[in-house]
Design a protein around this ligand. Structure first.
Ligand code: NAG
Length: 168
């Protein structure tokens, strides 16, 4: 009986910690003028330093379809958060044609417009902010989301200093 109670307590505690992590990430995004729908709802733990460098862990890898774009979130995501932008992002990819490309940065206009921008390799993709109003639901079993070729971020970043072309 005690064993069971302890087990339940542990499960409850884990759920509470997970909820707190998800809440604090949500708060952090809102505080920085970014939509809460940038991340999956499966954030397990989260930490951010004073200068905005963050690490977050999800329950597991996550595939999702966002406004007809396929996205992949690895279990651990790192980056640097400041008002209106995330830079040095590592752990999020999007499928363009047949290859998965890393999303290395995300930003919104300040002051706000209805748009959000994603730096994908040397391209910047513009999407509607309205798409990101609620946290992403992972869909690991969608046939369209089967992994293709993954390009690591250090490869995609080689061209990072070139002028970016807007892709809409
Ligand atoms: C994610 O980070 C955790 C804790 O640092 C580590 O144990 C785990 O192996 C990492 N997962 C991946 C897929 O790198």
């Amino acid at each position: 009986m005690l064993r069971l109670a302890m087990k339940l307590y542990t499960v409850l505690l884990a759920v509470l910690v997970a909820t707190a992590a998800a809440d604090s990430v949500t708060d952090e995004l809102e505080k920085n003028g970014l939509p809460v729908g940038l991340l999956p709802n499966s954030v397990k733990s989260y930490s951010i330093s004073k200068d905005g460098v963050f690490t977050l862990s999800l329950d597991g890898p996550c595939y999702a379809k966002i406004d007809d774009q396929l996205a992949y979130y690895s279990q651990n995501i790192t980056g640097k958060l400041k008002y209106g932008a995330i830079s040095n992002l590592d752990g999020i990819e999007t499928k363009q044609l047949f290859v998965w490309l890393p999303v290395t940065g995300i930003y919104v206009d300040v002051p706000a417009t209805p748009y959000i921008y994603f730096e994908v390799g040397v391209l910047t993709k513009r999407l509607s902010l309205a798409v990101f109003e609620t946290p992403i639901k992972c869909n690991g079993h969608h046939t369209e989301t089967l992994p293709g070729v993954h390009i690591p971020s250090w490869v995609a970043n080689v061209g990072g200093s070139r002028p970016r072309k807007a892709l809409e």
